[in-house]
Design a protein around this ligand. Structure first.
Ligand code: SF4
Length: 575
């Protein structure tokens, strides 16, 4: 800990409304215990008690129900088919082949036989039944990975630019991501008590929360680090971000970014997506301390009355930059220097094989929608399992839901390439649009989804690809992202083409984000069917093919041609 300030009195003078009911649930939970154990042991239902459904998120799992089966189950007078999503925290996205094999097996044993790679470099299991929840979490912990703080009002999985083996700077940045993750992890012993029968894994746990206190944070808190020129972590979509500043191959420090966030609520213009502000620069030695200071700022000043207005982005807009700087100075003696220059050129991953200076090879493979499954003609899950059996390096999950098979020695490269080829896991025939696509999980399991995303985007990309090919744009990288609701898990408001579910089969279409993740897109048309999406995009893409200026990106083109206005700040997203 860097500070010894009191945290039992979190007054927020600018919010007069009483705390939300969730604050009371957290406060009375005895550091996240609640009645989770009783809920798990109740054999009469596949669900948890209501308050435990809130608390269990802090342990890395969400209760869900299969909405595809809702009507049929109702007819049969059965309760919904409840199951659980389990999110595995993987700081900087780095795993070993042994961990991969263990998780692959758990997916088959306890979940829906798939592994979801998330947009925050984490793993997700879907479809785990309540009676298997504890065993699954125990077995995840045996791999030396865990699920605590993968969800909930705490700091989530800390992201880092995809491949730590690309250069010494990348390695140092990944270590910083791990140090932030460790420092901001909740300390409650509840996790070990509930899931590991009180057995401590590594060195024991303290029964207090020196950083979070009894009510944790007002809302989720996301942290990422990017290394220019690649913005492959979408750093400006995070509550807290760090942009690495280097000189002659050496890491000097970081620009600190604050107040990013994607979610908004349809019909509520007080909510909006927001790109983070670049607040200043710190030397690299102060990154963990700065992370703590920003988290403490949000803990003490975030809105605990209205969860729709609780993320750090709203705190910053409400209280302003000067107050933020003065609080960092007051609580942690941190005074940010002027931000250093940097430039991003992309958000996506670089696919295929590359070699680092140490002679090792790295292969980035595309994973559509982040879903590793065995589909007919494309047994991707089996392919990576076969690779894991012989791989001596590591696997890196990217922030774009893809996978890097990292640290492959020269002599192993042909063997791994052969396995990928044999299982049809190559990106040879994939369009640039597809390689730059992201989809959230959405239906059938996400309770907030209004429409499909992961199951539907691939076929929509097929149709948009036809338009692109007709206009000779098939090699044009355009970012496209789809989510089933505006909560923004797939960061749709930073895509050049953003699609957000409104009702089953209908989407809002957003255009005009930058290719580098530095400008939001803007609503172009609402509640479009597939036919209407294609009809809306076709003339714009034709115009783009004919009238773009040299090297102009699609997101910039639609603004120059007046299809949408440029969104300069989150507060103006709805104007
Ligand atoms: Fe669910 Fe919405 Fe998140 Fe998609 S964006 S996973 S629909 S909450």
């Amino acid at each position: 800990m860097f500070t010894n300030f009191k945290i039992d009195k979190m007054e927020n003078e600018s919010i007069s409304a009483p705390p939300s009911p969730l604050e009371t649930i957290k406060e009375k939970s005895n550091y996240l215990r609640g009645t989770i154990t009783e809920s798990l042991n109740n054999p009469l239902t596949g669900a948890l008690y209501e308050q435990d459904q809130v608390l269990i998120k802090f342990h890395g799992t969400y209760q869900q129900q299969d909405r595809d089966l809702d009507d049929e189950r109702k007819r049969q007078k059965l309760e919904p088919l409840y199951s659980f999503l389990i999110r595995v925290r993987v700081p900087a996205g780095i795993t070993t082949p042994a961990q991969w094999l263990a998780l692959d097996e758990l997916a088959d044993k306890y979940a829906d036989r798939t592994l979801k790679l998330t947009t925050r470099q984490a793993f997700q299991f879907h479809g785990v039944l309540k009676r298997k929840l504890k065993t699954t979490i125990q077995e995840i912990n045996k791999t030396l990975l865990d699920t605590i703080a993968a969800c909930g009002d705490v700091n989530r999985n800390v992201m880092s630019s995809a491949n730590p083996y690309e250069s010494p700077v990348h390695a140092e940045v990944a270590e910083d991501a791990k140090r932030i993750s460790a420092h901001l992890t909740p300390q409650t012993a509840a996790y070990h008590e509930i899931w590991l029968d009180g057995k401590l894994v590594e060195g024991g746990e303290k029964e207090e929360e020196p950083l979070y206190g009894k009510t944790y944070l007002p809302r989720k808190f996301k942290t990422a680090i990017a290394i220019p020129p690649r913005n492959d972590t979408d750093v400006l979509s995070n509550d807290l971000g760090f942009i690495a500043i280097t000189e002659n191959g050496q890491l000097l420090g970081y620009n600190v970014t604050v107040g990013g966030g994607m979610a908004y609520t349809f019909g509520n213009t007080a909510t909006y997506p927001r790109v983070a502000d670049v607040m200043g620069y710190i030397p690299k030695e102060r990154i963990v301390e700065t992370s703590e200071a920003v988290l403490v700022f949000q803990r003490d000043h975030g809105n605990r009355s209205d969860r729709k207005n609780a993320r750090l982005k709203y705190t910053i807009d409400r209280l302003g930059h000067d107050f933020f700087h003065s609080e960092l100075a007051r609580t942690h003696n941190i005074r940010l220097e002027a931000a250093k220059p940097y430039e991003f050129d992309s958000m996506g991953d670089k696919f295929g094989w590359s070699q680092s200076a140490d002679g090792l090879w790295h292969c980035t493979i595309f994973v559509e929608g982040g879903k590793l499954a065995d589909r007919f003609g494309y047994p991707a899950k089996t392919a990576i399992r076969e690779v894991a059996k012989i791989h001596t390096g590591s696997f890196i999950l990217t922030g774009n839901q893809n996978l890097v098979i990292a640290q492959v020695p020269q002599e192993m490269k042909p063997k791994i390439a052969n396995i990928l080829k044999k299982h049809n896991v190559t990106d040879n025939n994939l369009s640039q649009l597809r390689k730059n696509s992201i989809a959230c999980a959405a239906l059938p399991l996400c309770g907030l989804a209004f429409a499909e995303a992961e199951r539907y985007l691939p076929s929509l990309v097929d149709k948009i690809d036809t338009v692109l090919e007709a206009n000779n744009l098939q090699n044009e990288p355009i970012t496209i992202r789809m989510t089933g609701c505006p909560n923004g898990c797939g960061r749709p408001f930073l895509a050049e083409i953003g699609l957000v579910g409104r009702t089953p089969g209908k989407y809002n279409l957003y255009l005009g984000a930058s290719f580098t993740g530095e400008r939001l897109n803007k609503l172009y048309k609402e509640i479009l069917s597939e036919e209407e999406i294609i009809a809306a995009l076709t003339p714009i893409l034709e115009d783009f093919a004919q009238n773009r200026v040299r090297d102009e990106r699609f997101g910039n083109f639609v603004i120059r041609k007046g299809y949408v206005k440029s969104v300069e700040e989150g507060k103006k997203f709805h104007e």
